[in-house]
Design a protein around this ligand. Structure first.
Ligand code: NAI
Ligand code: MG
Length: 334
């Protein structure tokens, strides 16, 4: 029996995690694998306290979680729970595979992974009021965190036999901060003589990704650039409803879609749960349940191949629940 923490989250979070949970269970059952005992824990607006101790204890015990998005108030209010969790546990690598799985605006294959540094940068959230008219935000860059994310990206490329890693920075302007990031990743690259390191400045990278996305294999970048380029990249392959993610360190893994809580469509059976389901595929791989992961992935791809079986964001007609049923059916007939 696997023990896994489930954080349903806010907005569409409960809808997409319910879908992923049902399909993960079905995929495990199909392969006669152990079941999962889910420890369901709320955080944010749905919880009694924003980040309850019971949730933290559950994470520390289980070391693995499936998480829905959690709303963060804009301006005044609490600091993002998502960011708090990543920082508290040093979940330093935010790994986001971007893959074309439906026909879209690009003919060519799109298949790359973003490694976003997940614990510092401008996301450190250290701001101070110098005067009411002058606010200063600190962008924190350490050699240790920069080398660590660089190594995660190169290790991944090495494992998959890929020959290029692209580091994205703005060291021309932020000479110290991004200079240190670039220097650190470059240093790590020396340990991987078979893999080329390509350095691209972030604004150019935004354009390159839109023009020629198939050129990329592994992208490693700082926290904020990774955040922005992830949403841009989701747009290349069909939208935020399709791109999964994992927050990793060397002993804990929190799987969650790239998207947020989408309050505009919450509670209406309109959310596309694919991003969360594919986060579930990553979770199954992490457990070593490779066959279950493969079956679930295949069932998603088969279902998406029938345009009428898609959710509304992809031009289909199905709601979250009916789409989940369609994948379940496809899983059964594999
Ligand atoms: P968002 O990602 O929630 O939504 C952006 C747009 O994409 C909206 O039009 C939404 O309807 C659509 N969308 C997103 N996911 C979708 C899905 N699965 N299916 C269909 N359409 C989908 O970004 P937004 O609106 O900027 O943020 C909303 C809230 O989510 C904020 O409070 C933000 O802080 C939070 N957030 C939380 C994250 C997390 O928990 N990891 C990540 C990103 C945002
Ligand atoms: Mg984001």
């Amino acid at each position: 029996m696997y023990q896994i923490t489930l954080i349903p989250g806010d907005g569409i979070g409960p809808e997409v995690t319910a879908s992923a949970k049902a399909l993960i269970e079905a995929a495990l059952e199909k392969h006669q694998s152990p079941k999962i005992a889910w420890d369901i824990q709320n955080a944010g607006q749905t919880a009694e306290t924003i980040l309850p101790d019971v949730l933290l204890n559950s994470l520390e015990k289980n070391k693995i979680a499936l998480k829905g998005p959690i709303t963060t108030p804009i301006g005044k209010g609490f600091k993002s729970i998502n960011v708090q969790l990543r920082q508290k546990y040093g979940l330093y690598a935010n790994v986001r595979p971007v893959k074309k799985i439906i026909e879209g605006r690009y003919d060519e294959n799109i298949d790359f992974v973003i490694f976003r540094e997940n614990t510092e940068g401008l996301y450190a959230g250290v701001e101070r009021v110098d005067s009411p008219d002058r606010i200063i935000a600190e962008k924190i860059t350490t050699r240790q965190a920069s080398e660590r994310i660089g190594r995660a990206a190169f290790d991944y490329a090495h494992k998959l036999g890929l020959n290029k890693v692209t580091v994205v920075h703005k060291a021309n302007i932020l000479k110290q901060c991004d200079g240190l990031f670039l220097e650190s990743v470059t240093k790590v690259s020396k340990d991987y003589p078979d893999i080329d390191l390509e350095a691209v400045i972030v604004d150019n990278m935004a354009m390159q990704l839109v023009m020629t996305p198939s050129k990329y294999q592994v992208i490693v970048t700082t926290n904020l650039y990774g955040d922005i380029l992830s949403d841009l990249s989701a747009g290349l392959v069909g939208g935020l409803g399709l791109v999964p993610g994992a927050n990793l360190n060397d002993d804990m893994a929190v799987f969650e879609p790239v998207h947020g809580s989408a309050p505009d469509i919450a509670g209406q059976d309109l959310a596309n749960p694919t991003a969360c389901i594919l986060s579930g595929v990553m979770l199954l791989e992490h457990l070593g349940e490779i066959e279950a992961a493969h079956s679930l992935y295949q069932a998603v791809v088969d279902t998406l191949n029938t345009p009428s079986k898609r959710t509304k964001d992809l031009g289909g007609t199905l709601g979250t629940k009916a789409y989940t049923e369609a994948i379940l059916e496809s899983l059964g007939s594999l």
